[in-house]
Design a protein around this ligand. Structure first.
Ligand code: F6R
Length: 244
């Protein structure tokens, strides 16, 4: 637990930077699983700062984002491609071909093969070294809503009503929020060697308590993380306040 989200984000950014540096020394790629939303933005700010001030290079980084709305054009203001470019990719030296985000423009006919290939690409890269996560009020990780199986893989899913409600202000009304998304599965996330879930603020306190202390069940997908042997919840005081 950290006193605030700034300190907590610095801690997470330092762990990511040290993995990247370690892999650089070994002449290997670091494979990162990345998230969007309000939670990881300060981590990205710190990574950009490390790049500018300390010369941290991302040339040996390959990354995979968790999810994207579907359908979604990459240049839309709601697109996670645009989000990642604005918050991270445009400000570091990552090779654009190494920055993978589920493609919200694939046709319905292609979507199954596309998702299978996304999985293969992660495996071919050597698997995710670190996956960072936020958590939704429904207990979703990525866009794995209640009912998602622990072994689920990258696929097209339907968003929960609560998730759409939470996204409504970004989309200027709930009716404009896409009903579907492409997301890595719970199984994809669980295969990461290290998982860091971050949560800030009292609005997350209830679901954090359920995820950490609740019975492991499909109706709260984040509870599956209890099965992972190298997963930490990085919290500020407010989001940790319901933990016993
Ligand atoms: C985003 C994602 C989601 C968010 C979650 C929390 O890529 O996968 O699971 O992490 O909805 O969103 P924020 O951080 O906006 O509270």
């Amino acid at each position: 637990m950290h006193s605030n989200s700034e300190n907590a984000s610095l801690y997470v950014a330092q762990e990511i930077a040290s993995l990247i540096r370690q892999r650089q020394k070994q002449g290997k790629m670091a494979v990162l699983g990345l998230a969007t939303g309000s939670t990881p933005t300060k981590v990205y700010d710190f990574l950009v700062k490390f790049h500018r001030k300390e010369g941290l290079s991302f040339k040996n980084v390959i990354c995979f984002n968790l999810d994207e709305y579907y359908p979604m054009q990459p240049d839309s203001i709601h697109s996670y491609v645009r989000f990642m470019n604005e918050h991270l990719f445009d400000h570091i030296d990552i090779k654009k071909e190494n920055a993978n985000i589920p493609d919200g423009t694939v046709s319905k006919e292609e979507v199954k093969t596309y998702c299978e290939n996304y999985e293969k690409k992660i495996l071919n890269a050597g698997g995710l070294d670190i996956q960072i996560l936020g958590i939704g009020r429904t207990g979703h990780i990525g866009f794995n809503e209640p009912g998602s199986s622990m072994h689920s893989k990258t696929r097209l899913v339907r968003l929960d009503r609560v998730t759409k409600l939470d996204a409504a202000s970004d989309f200027f009304g709930q009716e404009n929020v896409p009903s579907r998304a492409l997301t890595m599965g719970v199984g994809t996330i669980m295969n990461a060697k290290r998982i860091i879930l971050m949560a800030w603020g009292e609005g997350k306190a209830q679901i954090v308590q359920e995820a950490v202390e609740g019975e492991i069940r499909e109706s709260v997908p984040a509870t599956f993380l209890q099965h992972h042997n190298n997963c930490d919840f990085i919290l500020d005081e407010a989001s940790a306040s319901f933990l016993t």
